[in-house]
Design a binder for this molecule. Structure first.
Ligand code: UD2
Ligand code: MN
Length: 581
């Protein structure tokens, strides 16, 4: 695998997997007792104001809500109730082959019914909401590139089975130039059973998920566009609570809670059960989720009501179709995969709309074990994801906040990102608010969870002044074993560190620290002490001020803290900027 490609894949892993969730211990909260009569959702003041004269969703005590489905009768088929299914010994090699192709175990998926049942993962209170009958109609848009067949069509079945008929105008499928044979004529034939409710379009070339979604929106005819990934299973009554928020305020992006479905055994697992979370980010724009500040929750009368969120993971959300286009849709300069979630959320918040997470709407999503497709033939020397982030940063962050991104990703500063004049003009024409406003009023917990990074003093490869070894993470990630020194490859990635004015040494979103006064490990930045480290440019010594020792290469090729010795070539370091582009 060439380095560029493998960097894209690493970036993918970090961006949506593994490091995704800012873990917060889930405490059992008191679930609100059976709800009493209440007109809601209370929402924010602005929403209340605008909606004084239109019908509201409401809760009735002990009486099941108007769109609640009947509980399905239990069956013993594989995967029912979201239970796991397993691969037998004779299926092993076939399933491994499928996993390599799709990132999912299709052998197991093929055993599961198209209309399998999944557990109800909502708060109990969700059953008692009543939603006005008159709702905007929805076009559910599924874009796909080389997806497995049964997971793809199970998504279609699930959308249709779980949506009230009069609310679902159509399912719009857009094939982003797949080359898998089973997605060709066979798919058209399969979709005939839906009698025209499901429409299939195909791209003439690979556009990436972002442009393909915009095309799907253009081809849609419903009032609201609802995007889902092409490997989802919708939970009970997921659609009305999303549409209802848009009915009340058309400038709301409504986001369901995304449960997990296992890529191997297809077990359906709730992501959070009682503690509400919302989407945020750190300064390299890795997507994070964290507990919703109490202040926001307290504005609501019921624990099952929607709450505002700075951003979302990207794949699953509903929006007024015209509003999407009033905002210019996605920036067409974004490529293939990544960053579009930030672009749209920042644009919405800064230009007068809002993003809400809706606890009573839950949809399961299969998280892949790896990205099975390439991010396309691009001439770029940096990952497309980073390039996308740069476009978002340049348009929406403004001078002050843009700097924090470049502090976190100094290597890409100045990389050409193409024309952004249309986006900048849009922001001006619409008097969109500043990123500082957004930070102070919407995403304020980010200040605490991911403090603004101090400026870099030096960054790049930490290379021996006399010798040819560089600091190297040696495949160790956050929480892992000690880092070492290895022959310099000048390619960044695992040999790429930053020293800042506060004396922290960082790599990616993490910091380096010693716990035992001997070896050096990758740990969270907020765990004190992360150093401080002092680099003496003249001698080259890098001293850990806490233990008053210097970084040395041990016999074992790991970095160790030893008594400082400016004559030891294993202790003398240059910090050299690298620009692989
Ligand atoms: C997450 C989002 C995803 C998208 C992505 C990029 C969730 C659950 N998923 O990654 O929706 O926002 O982040 O930020 O929030 N696809 C194409 N063309 C391509 C590549 C992908 O049509 O060139 C399709 C693909 O078949 C799928 C959808 O786009 O239906 C999303 O791709 P993914 O599932 O690989 O992304 P995911 O879930 O890792
Ligand atoms: Mn996905």
């Amino acid at each position: 695998m060439d380095r560029k490609r493998s960097e894209d894949k690493d970036a993918y892993k970090q961006h949506k997997h593994g490091a995704v969730v800012h873990m917060v211990e889930e405490k059992e909260e008191n679930i609100v007792p059976p709800p009493g009569d209440h007109e809601g959702p209370a929402g924010g003041d602005d929403v209340q104001g605008k909606t004084a004269d239109i019908p509201k969703a409401f809760v009735t005590k002990g009486k099941i809500g108007n769109y609640e489905p009947k509980e399905p009768s239990p069956s013993h088929a594989p995967g029912e109730n979201g239970d796991p299914v397993y691969t037998s010994m004779d299926e092993k090699s076939k399933s491994e082959q499928e996993i390599r192709q799709y990132g999912f175990n299709m052998v197991n998926s093929d055993k599961i019914a198209m209309n399998r049942t999944i557990p109800d993962t909502r708060l109990d209170e969700c059953k008692y909401w009543n939603y006005p009958d008159k709702q905007p109609t929805a076009s559910v848009i599924l874009v796909f590139h080389n997806e497995g067949f049964s997971t793809l069509v199970r998504t279609v079945h699930s959308v249709i089975n779980t949506s009230p008929k009069h609310m679902l105008k159509e399912v719009v499928m857009v094939d982003d130039f797949s080359d898998k044979e089973n997605l060709k004529g066979h798919l058209e034939d399969y979709l005939k059973q839906f009698n025209g409710l499901v429409k299939l379009y195909r791209n003439k070339e690979r556009e990436g998920l972002i442009r393909t979604r915009t095309r799907g929106a253009e081809l849609s005819t419903g009032d609201v566009i609802v995007f889902l990934d092409a490997h989802c299973e919708c939970n009970r009554n997921w659609l009305p609570p999303l549409l209802d928020r848009i009915r009340v305020d058309r400038k709301t992006m409504a986001v369901p809670i995304v449960d997990g479905i296992d890529w191997d055994n297809f077990q359906y697992r709730p992501v959070y059960s009682t503690v509400h979370h919302r989407g945020i980010f750190e300064w390299g724009f890795l997507y994070k989720e964290s507990q919703v500040p109490k202040k926001e929750l307290d504005k609501r009368a019921y624990n099952s009501e929607p709450y505002p969120s700075p951003t979302h993971a990207g794949g699953l959300f509903a929006m007024d179709r015209n509003y999407f286009f009033e905002l210019g849709g996605y920036d067409p300069g974004l490529r293939i995969w990544g960053g579009e979630n930030f672009e749209l959320s920042f644009k919405i918040w800064q230009c007068g709309g809002r993003v809400e997470w809706v606890p009573c709407s839950r949809v399961g999503h299969i998280y892949r074990n790896f990205m099975p497709y390439s991010t396309g033939q691009h001439k770029e020397k940096i990952p497309v994801i980073t390039l996308n982030y740069m476009r978002v940063v340049e348009v929406w962050l403004g001078e002050e906040f843009r700097e924090y991104f470049y502090t976190r990703e100094p290597m890409v500063r100045g990389y050409p990102i193409g024309d952004i004049s249309k986006q900048v003009q849009f922001k001006k024409d619409n008097n969109c608010k500043s990123f500082k406003w957004f930070m102070d009023n919407v995403a304020y917990e980010v200040y605490d969870l991911y403090p603004l990074p101090p400026r870099n003093k030096a960054w790049g490869e930490f290379k021996q002044k006399r010798g040819n070894k560089c600091w190297d993470s040696m495949g160790q990630g956050m929480g892992g074993g000690p880092i070492g020194a290895y022959y310099c490859h000048h390619g960044g990635s695992n040999q790429y560190y930053r020293l800042n004015e506060k004396g922290q040494i960082g790599t990616g979103e993490w910091c380096l620290r010693t716990e035992n006064g001997d070896t050096i490990h990758i740990r969270r930045c907020d765990v004190e002490p992360a150093g401080p480290w002092k680099w003496d440019e003249n001698t080259g010594l890098i001293r850990n001020v806490d233990v008053d020792k210097c970084v040395d290469i041990g016999e074992d090729n790991l970095l160790h803290l030893k008594s400082c010795d400016p004559s030891a070539p294993t202790q003398l370091w240059d910090i050299k900027e690298i620009y692989p582009w």
